[in-house]
Write a protein that binds this ligand. Structure first.
Ligand SMILES: Cc1cc2nc3c(=O)[nH]c(=O)nc-3n(C[C@H](O)[C@H](O)[C@H](O)COP(=O)(O)OP(=O)(O)OC[C@H]3O[C@@H](n4cnc5c(N)ncnc54)[C@H](O)[C@@H]3O)c2cc1C
Length: 407
C-alpha cells in the first residue's frame, strides 16, 4: 500500500487505537480513527506506563504533555498484606530511566488519553461512528457504521477493545473469559492521606486471595487504588458498576491499616469484573488486523495491557513502512509474527501472577517471599526484556520521526 492510497481506518479511539493512529501518521500514512462514543472518555482510574511504552510515546512527540501530569515513581514496593513487611523493593525513577532510556509513569487515564487525542489532528478523529460490519474486497475494505455511512479504506485496524466487533467478524464470536477476579477502583485526593506520608512508589500488597495496588496520579494530586479479590462468579445483572466503599473495606478486613485507610478515604469506588481471552492463533486476515485488547486482553497483573497496545501500533507502523507498499497482507503477517509471542507471554505471566500474588499464608507463600528477597523479579536486570524492548525497531532499525508524516 502506498502512502497515497486509501486511508488506514483504525476502529476504536482508546489508548491502543489513538497511539496506533499517531504511529501510522508519523510514518507518513493517511489515517482515520472511528470511535463509537460521542466523546473520548476513559474510566476514572490510574494507569502505569512502563518504559517500553513511554519510549514510543516520547518518540511520537508526547514527552512534554506526559510530563505535565505523569508521576514518576521512585521504586516498586511489594509488601505483605497484614504486617506490611517489604517483600521486594526495586528501583524505578532515575535508575530505570537511565537503564531503559525512558521513564516509568503513573497517569490518570483521562490525562493519558487527552495527551494522545491532542496530538491527533481533529479531522482524523470521527466520533459517534460505531462499526457494525465490513467487507474486505481484496484491494480495499468497506466499513459499515450504525448510522448507515460506509467508508472505504486501504486497510482496517480493529482497536475496538475486549468486546471487539472486528475480532468477532474475523474469527467468530467468543465470549471473553471471566478470570475469577474483580477489582474495586478508586481515586482519593492526596491531601486526605497526608497523615500516611505515602512515598511516591508503585505499591503492591499481596495477601490471601487478594492484592492491593496504589500510586499517585494527576501530578500527585490524587492517589489511585485498585483492590483486587477473587470471586467465583460475576453475575453482571446482579451487580452494578458502582461498588460500595464499605464492601471494599469489608473485603480487606484485617489488612494493614494503611491499606484500609486508603480505601476508607474514598468517596466512591467502581467495581470491575476482570476478563481476559485465550491467545489467538492469528490476528490478521487479508487487509484487516487487530491490536490491543481486541487480540490480547490480559489480566492487569503485569500492568502491560495498554503498554502492549502501544507497542502493537509502533510495530504495525514499522511493518507497513517496510513491506506495505508491496503487499499489505504480508506486512500484517510480519506484524503478528513479531508481536504475538510477546503479547502471549505477557498474557500468561499476568495469569500466573494471579496465583503468585494471592497465595494463602503457608509454605508456598514462604517460598515465594524467600525468592522475592533473594532474586526479585522487578529488578532492572529481571525486566530488561520487557522494559528495554523497542517495538518500532524491527530488523534492529527504529522508526523515528524522520519519516515526517502528514497531518
Ligand atoms: C483494573 C485494570 C488496571 C489496568 N492497569 C493497567 C496498567 O497499569 N498498565 C497497562 O498498560 N494496562 C493496564 N490495564 C489494561 C488496559 O486498560 C487495557 O489493556 C487498555 O486500555 C486497552 O486499550 P485498547 O485501546 O486496546 O482498548 P479499549 O481501551 O477498550 O478501547 C477500545 C475503544 O474502541 C471503542 N469501540 C468498541 N467497539 C467499537 C465499535 N464497534 N465501533 C467503534 N468503536 C468501538 C470503544 O468505545 C473504546 O473507546 C488495566 C486494566 C484494568 C481492568
Amino acid at each position: 500500500m502506498s502512502r497515497d492510497d486509501l486511508p488506514i481506518a483504525v476502529v476504536g479511539g482508546g489508548i491502543g487505537g489513538l497511539a496506533a493512529a499517531l504511529s501510522l501518521l508519523r510514518a507518513g500514512f493517511d489515517v482515520q480513527v472511528f470511535e463509537q462514543a460521542s466523546a473520548l472518555t476513559e474510566v476514572g482510574a490510574g494507569i502505569q506506563i512502563s518504559p517500553n511504552a513511554s519510549r514510543l510515546l516520547h518518540r511520537l512527540g508526547l514527552g512534554a504533555a506526559l510530563d505535565r501530569t505523569g508521576v514518576r515513581p521512585a521504586a516498586v514496593h511489594q509488601r505483605r498484606w497484614d504486617d506490611g513487611r517489604t517483600l521486594q523493593r526495586a528501583p524505578l525513577g532515575e535508575a530505570a530511566e537511565a537503564a531503559f532510556g525512558a521513564p516509568y509513569y503513573h497517569f490518570h487515564r483521562a490525562d493519558l488519553l487527552k495527551a494522545l487525542a491532542d496530538a491527533l489532528p481533529s479531522h482524523r478523529l470521527h466520533l459517534g461512528y460505531r462499526l457494525t460490519g465490513f467487507t474486505d474486497h481484496g484491494n480495499r475494505v468497506e466499513l459499515r457504521f450504525d448510522h448507515g455511512e460506509r467508508v472505504a479504506a486501504g486497510m482496517l485496524v480493529g482497536a475496538d477493545g475486549i468486546h471487539s466487533t472486528v475480532r468477532d467478524a474475523l474469527f467468530g464470536p467468543e465470549r471473553p473469559h471471566f478470570t475469577g477476579c474483580v477489582a474495586y477502583r478508586g481515586l482519593v485526593p492526596a491531601d486526605r492521606l497526608g497523615h500516611l506520608e505515602l512515598e511516591v512508589l508503585a505499591n503492591n500488597w499481596m495477601g490471601p486471595g487478594s492484592h492491593f495496588v496504589h500510586y499517585f496520579v494527576a501530578g500527585g494530586r490524587l492517589v489511585n487504588f485498585v483492590a483486587i479479590m477473587e470471586r467465583e462468579t460475576w453475575k453482571r445483572e446482579s451487580w452494578t458498576d458502582r461498588g460500595e466503599v464499605a464492601e471494599a473495606l469489608a473485603a480487606f478486613k484485617g489488612w494493614h491499616p494503611l491499606v484500609t485507610a486508603i480505601i476508607g478515604a474514598a468517596d466512591e469506588t467502581f467495581i470491575w469484573a476482570l476478563l481476559d481471552r485465550p491467545p489467538l492463533d492469528r490476528w490478521s486476515v487479508g487487509r484487516v488486523t487487530l491490536l490491543g485488547d481486541a487480540c490480547h486482553a490480559m489480566l492487569p497483573f503485569m500492568a502491560q495491557g495498554a503498554a502492549q497496545s502501544i507497542e502493537d501500533g509502533a510495530t504495525l507502523a514499522a511493518c507497513l513502512s517496510q513491506d506495505g507498499a508491496a503487499d499489505v497482507a504480508s506486512a500484517l503477517r510480519r506484524y503478528e509474527v513479531l508481536r504475538r509471542p510477546r503479547a502471549t507471554r505477557l498474557q500468561e505471566m499476568s495469569r500466573v501472577n494471579k496465583t503468585r500474588f494471592h497465595l494463602a499464608d503457608g509454605l508456598e507463600q514462604q517460598a515465594r517471599d524467600a525468592l522475592l528477597a533473594t532474586r526479585g523479579d522487578r529488578t532492572i536486570e529481571a525486566l530488561g526484556w520487557l522494559y528495554g524492548h523497542d517495538a518500532s525497531a524491527i530488523d534492529g532499525n527504529s522508526l523515528t520521526d524522520s519519516h515526517g508524516g502528514s497531518t
